[in-house]
Design a protein around this ligand. Structure first.
Ligand SMILES: Nc1ncnc2c1ncn2[C@@H]1O[C@H](COP(=O)(O)OP(=O)(O)O)[C@@H](O)[C@H]1O
Ligand SMILES: [Mg+2]
Length: 155
């Protein structure tokens, strides 16, 4: 909740956290529902890109949202098509802060620990950085638009 709240306060377009549900074996965050689809659904042709979508505007916004997050020392660490939504007005949202972390520097931001589900041992893991992941998403989106004959959107 805190991380999602800080992400929202940073100025990035992320779903507003509403409340937390805490039970014996469950902890869940209920958040604002986005009327839209993930970029993954769109790229896999399970959903349509809204007519109002503008590639350069969307890419500039995502890039700005990442800057906002990083200035607030929040690193997403799982930026991918499945964790970006496009709403009915064609605006991008960053979702899923499940792997995110707060870090004091970029160098330490992407090194973390996970519990291996089989050995149950703690293992160190290196996450791909947000800008590299963003670049991959950008290329996939450009490829998709070219495939769809929407070349005019691609600069
Ligand atoms: N705020 C939201 N509004 C609408 N759909 C959402 C929202 N958050 C997540 N989703 C949908 O639920 C899926 C899973 O959510 P996500 O936060 O990515 O969790 P995880 O990947 O850990 O299962 C997303 O891919 C998206 O389709
Ligand atoms: Mg996800």
């Amino acid at each position: 909740m805190k991380l999602q709240d800080s992400a929202l306060k940073s100025g990035a377009r992320v779903p507003r956290p509403l409340f937390c549900i805490k039970g014996k074996n469950i902890e869940a965050l209920v958040m604002e529902r986005i009327d839209g689809h993930t970029l993954e659904e769109i790229l896999e042709d399970d959903a349509e890109l809204p007519d109002q979508f503008e590639l350069e505007r969307a890419l500039d916004e995502i890039s700005q949202f990442l800057k906002n997050l990083h200035e607030s020392r929040i690193y997403h660490r799982d930026l991918a098509e499945r964790n970006i939504m496009i709403d009915a007005e064609g605006r991008p949202w960053i979702i899923d802060f499940g792997k995110s972390a707060r870090a004091f520097s970029e160098e330490e931001a992407y090194d973390g620990n996970v519990i291996n589900p089989i050995s149950k041992k703690r293992e160190s893991i290196h996450f791909t950085d947000d800008m590299t992941n963003f670049s991959t998403v950008r290329n996939k989106l450009r490829q998709y638009l070219l495939k769809k004959g929407k070349d005019s959107l691609v600069t």
